[in-house]
Ligand binder design. Structure first.
Ligand code: GLC
Ligand code: CA
Length: 540
């Protein structure tokens, strides 16, 4: 790459983003709920880790039916998180540390408490009525949170669409006035100096419910292009779309810079791999390592000059990766590092979810009253009525439930893990005794420092951003790949399993850059201990 081209590359190609779920990050006033001042307090920690931006889950005014993904006022901060002054301080304090704030943009739907929806219901001839999606008859569409996607409103005498909870009515993007309102609220935040938007279920905004079309509707990309023109276009800004239906074919539609839509997509293909085909996320099956390798390698085939992908294992909707694809008992540290290297060695922009950098695990419950998440609770009620056994449903929730990711951040070994001086809104994982930031910072060999090195490498070494990818031929239980650019060649080798594995690789190691265990001297015939992974510079 020429020096000229390098200068023009957007910052987010070499960046690492850290996701914060504010409700569970750090409480400062003892009410058991994380808050903006708590994030400000922990900025030095994040600066030390080395991240470039924070994706902040919603902090807007909200009744909290779906923990903030049901917004009642896009231009106000929910009092449980603080004030607009706190938010402005967070943006400027983060900036001082070289950290940008990426806000969560939830504009497929609002809360049913949003003044637009209140007016839409009260007054069917108001302009706001058409900001939402109404129908005289309900069709087959289902809500992602169980049951019909249609709710009858007696006052209006019509059904409204809610692809999520009934308290989350869907917005009608066909209405140009509504679209302008959305662009206005986006500009409100852009003017406050934020660095980007993560766009919640953005693939749904082009929906045509009367034809049963939800994701990838015919107008989706027109809307995104219009949004780009009306808001962040021409700015130094990161935009990432939550696109469950992304494919190698449509990812460039979102992310080709020439199309002027988004910077990149989140695609979720790996989350399908330990799920039974055609069933719901609760219906699990064991992971086939070959499938995992195929999916990771497949997404490296994207034409990165005309599209961009993100790299992530976790978010606030997914179970913890060390419990899911690693081993959260005997090999917790080693498997967490292996999974980190496996992902961060790839091409794309990495995202780290709070607590991932210290190897936080899933948090099992024994009964439904310990569960806060609306999705799991609705599934439980629905399946119980269908005759499922309680134990099986709890087992499914422990494997896949969203609360696994939402237990409070584990800062230290004190009663509430240093998260709150009060009673936490969701129980702290008892393993905070051992797994916490304080311990991680005191151990030079911890998962934390492994992530820190990966982040530093991403900043220092262009090969991670621009190098080509080649999957090497190994048994399914091992994933090995090359990254290569004009100057350099790297090798990543990961034993994906808890058993020893043999590898036969052609490379000559020049320098070991990072490893979670012993690196074999001779790669031409080597045995890798359980979950061992390493990254090295090899002879070109
Ligand atoms: C996205 C969010 C999830 C939320 C849903 C509805 O998938 O990540 O947390 O429940 O959208 O807004
Ligand atoms: Ca608080």
């Amino acid at each position: 790459m020429t020096a000229e081209k390098q200068k023009q590359e957007p910052w987010w190609k070499q960046a690492v983003i850290y996701q914060i779920y504010p409700k569970s990050f750090q409480d400062t006033n003892g009410d058991g709920v994380g808050d903006l001042r708590g994030i400000i307090k922990r900025l030095d920690y994040l600066q030390d880790l080395g991240i470039d931006a924070i994706w902040l889950c919603p902090v807007y005014k909200s009744p909290g039916v779906d923990n903030g993904y049901d917004i009642a006022d896009y231009e106000a901060i929910d009092p449980q998180y603080g004030t607009m002054a706190d938010m402005e301080e967070l943006i400027s304090e983060a900036k001082k540390r070289g950290i940008r704030i990426v806000m969560d943009l939830v504009v497929n739907h609002t809360s049913d408490q949003h003044p637009w929806f209140i007016e839409a219901r009260k007054n069917p001839s108001s302009p706001e009525h058409d900001y939402y999606v109404w129908a005289d008859k309900a069709n087959e569409l289902k809500s992602a949170f169980s049951g019909s996607a249609w709710e009858y409103d007696g006052q209006v005498g019509q059904y409204y669409l809610h692809l999520f909870a009934k308290e989350q009515p869907d917005l009608n993007w066909k209405n140009p006035a509504l679209r302008q309102k959305v662009y206005d609220l986006m500009n409100f935040w852009i003017d406050k100096g934020i660095g980007g938007f993560r766009m919640d279920v953005i693939e749904l905004i082009g929906k045509v419910p009367e034809e049963d079309i939800t994701a990838n509707g015919p107008k989706l990309h027109d809307y995104l292009q219009e949004m780009h023109r009306e808001t962040f276009g021409g700015r130094d800004f990161l935009t990432v779309g939550e696109t469950w239906g992304a494919t190698l074919d449509n990812a460039p539609l979102y992310s080709d810079p020439d199309r002027k839509e988004l910077s990149m997509v989140f695609q979720f293909e790996f989350t399908e791999l330990d799920k039974q085909a055609g069933k719901e996320k609760w219906d699990t099956k064991p992971l086939d390592y070959g499938d995992l390798k195929n999916v990771l390698a497949k997404w490296q085939k994207l034409d990165f000059n005309h599209s961009w992908n993100s790299l992530f294992w976790n978010n606030h909707d997914l179970p913890r990766i060390v419990s899911r694809f690693g081993n959260d008992q005997q090999y917790r540290e080693r498997s967490a590092k292996m999974l980190a290297l496996l992902l961060h060695g790839l091409r794309g922009t990495p995202y780290i979810y709070q607590g991932e950098e210290i190897g936080m695990t899933n948090c099992p419950v024994s009964a439904i009253d310990e569960v806060e998440d609306i999705e799991a609770r609705r599934m439980y009620q629905e399946r119980l009525a269908e005759g499922w056994k309680k134990e099986d449903l709890i087992k499914a929730i422990n494997a896949r439930g969203r609360d696994n990711a939402r237990t409070p951040m584990q800062w230290d070994a004190s009663a509430s893990a240093g998260f709150t001086s009060g009673r936490p809104w969701l129980a702290v994982n008892p393993n905070c005794q051992e797994i916490n930031v304080k311990n991680a910072l005191n151990d030079q060999d911890s998962i934390y420092y492994f992530y820190k090195k990966l982040i530093a490498l991403r900043h220092q070494e262009r090969i991670l951003t621009d190098g080509s990818f080649e999957l090497l031929d190994t048994a399914d239980a091992v994933m090995a790949y090359h990254r290569e650019n004009a100057e350099d060649k790297w090798l990543v080798v990961c034993n994906l399993t808890g058993e020893e594995q043999e590898v036969f690789l052609p490379d000559k190691v020049k320098e070991v850059l990072l490893a979670n265990g012993p690196v074999p001297e001779d790669l031409s015939a080597a045995v890798l201990p359980a979950y061992v992974a390493f990254l090295c510079r090899v002879k070109k």
